[in-house]
Each structure stands twice: as C-alpha cells, then as structure tokens.
Design a binder for this molecule. Structure first.
Ligand code: HEM
Length: 217
C-alpha cells in the first residue's frame, strides 16, 4: 500500500515518481525491446494490436459508465477513444474477418477481469486505468509508432491507433495532470488511484510477457 499523502507534491507528480520503476519494467520487457528494434515482424505487431482491442473495448465501456461522474467524467471528455482506430488497424493488418478470428491471451483476460471489477464503479480506479493507457499512448506510444513505421514498413493505415487527430498531445497531457492535481479525492482515494496505476502497469507487463511467448511459439 502506498501513502500518497507523504509529500507536498501534487497527485500528478506523485503518481509519476511512484510508478517510475513500474514504467521501466513495462518498457524494458523483451517483447517491447524486440518490437522497437525491428527484431519482430508485422504478425507480432498485429498480435499486440489485437490485445489492445480487447483492453480498449472494456476500458471504453467503463468510460461510458463513468462519463457522468463529476471527477472521472473530466478525463473521459478528452475524447481519446482508441477503439475505432484499432478496428481499422486490425482490418488492415488481419483482413475483413478479423473480428471473428481474434481471442484474448490469458494475461489480457486477467486485465479485463480487473477492469470489470473496479473500473465501472470506482472513479479513482477507472482514472488509474485510463491514465496508464492514454497518457502512455500520447507519450511513448509516439516512439512506438515511429519504430513500427521504420522497422516494419507499416504505414498510417495500420498504425492509426497511435494517431490522435485534432488532439494537441502536449496541451492534453498538461491539462490531464492539472485535473489529477485538482481531483477532490480523499487521501484513501488518492492511495487507491496510485495502487491501481501500479496494477495497471503490471497487467500491461504481463500482456507483453504473454505476447513474447506467443511470438516465440
Ligand atoms: C516503448 C516503450 C515505451 C517508451 C519508449 C515510453 C516512453 C515514455 C516517455 C518518454 C514518457 C514521458 C513523456 C512526457 O514526459 O511527456 C512516458 C510517459 C508515460 N508512459 Fe511510457 N513509454 C513506453 C511504454 C509504456 C507502457 C507500456 C506504458 C503503460 C501501458 C506507458 C505508460 C506511460 C504513462 C502513463 C506515462 C505518463 C507519465 C506521466 O507523465 O505521468 N509507457 N513514456
């Protein structure tokens, strides 16, 4: 259990520093390192996009449920939804029958179970999962996009997941952090938020580990 009230920092700075090691652990998995350096292939990237599809399907259903929450609703209003772009990418990468061909890996199923357990009813937990995915997509996701295009020759059509048309990433990230700092959550809710971000990073890491196994098979 973390204690989010230890310092005078705002919540945005606290979550960032308290999850630095979790971020590094996810970023340095072999699947991510291999994907970034061109050691994999388009099939591996299509598998990653497939797992993203399941994750965002549930996360964006939770976002609909949270839209009317006075705090969580503010994060939903950024309009960062990824599901339509993922559908288009999968159509491009896997063909027109993609939807009936895909299945979640075991780690993805665990991630979805956690999302269903907390993200539809607990605003700090929802924001934790939202933050971990979308702020990552707006940050490191942009490096992943460049690597995919450089290493695998996939163009904008297969990587629209990483494009946020009409979204000024820097301004959104700044406003996002302000909203975190302004959230009128109790100390217990702030602790729950940070703990859940750590869990979200662990789920993402587990998905990368399953993807590495699937890729080696
Ligand atoms: C190739 C792998 C990755 C790279 C190169 C990378 C790189 C980065 C960089 C440079 C930032 C800082 C951006 C800024 O200050 O504006 C960042 C932030 C972030 N990344 Fe990653 N990242 C990677 C993977 C991931 C993964 C797998 C996740 C989680 C699913 C993630 C979640 C985040 C989050 C939530 C932030 C925002 C931190 C904050 O400012 O509060 N990243 N990433």
């Amino acid at each position: 259990m973390v204690n989010a009230t230890d310092t005078e920092q705002g919540l945005a700075a606290r979550v960032r520093s308290m999850t630095r090691a979790d971020h590094e652990a996810a970023e340095t998995t072999s699947f991510v390192a291999d994907l970034m350096s061109g050691r994999l292939d388009l099939t591996a990237y299509a598998r990653l996009a497939t797992q993203h599809y399941f994750i965002y399907e549930t996360l964006e259903q939770a976002a609909s449920a949270m839209r009317t929450d006075p705090v969580a609703g503010g994060f939903v209003d950024f309009g960062l939804d990824r599901l339509p772009a993922l559908g288009a990418d999968l159509h491009h990468l896997r063909g027109p029958r993609w939807r009936s061909e895909i299945t979640p890996l075991p780690a993805t199923r665990d991630y979805l179970t956690r999302l269903r357990a907390v993200a539809f009813t607990d605003p700090p937990a929802f924001v934790a999962h939202h933050y971990t995915r979308y702020l990552g997509d707006l940050s490191g996701g942009q490096m992943v996009k460049r690597a995919l295009r450089r290493e695998y020759g996939v163009d904008a059509e297969g990587t629209s997941f990483y494009e946020f048309p009409g979204v000024a990433a820097g301004a959104v990230k700044r406003r996002y952090r302000e909203l975190l700092d302004e959230a009128p959550w109790s100390a217990a809710e702030q602790d729950r938020f940070i703990d859940e971000v750590k869990r979200a990073f662990a789920h993402n890491r587990a998905v990368f580990e399953d993807l590495a196994t699937a890729t080696a098979a």
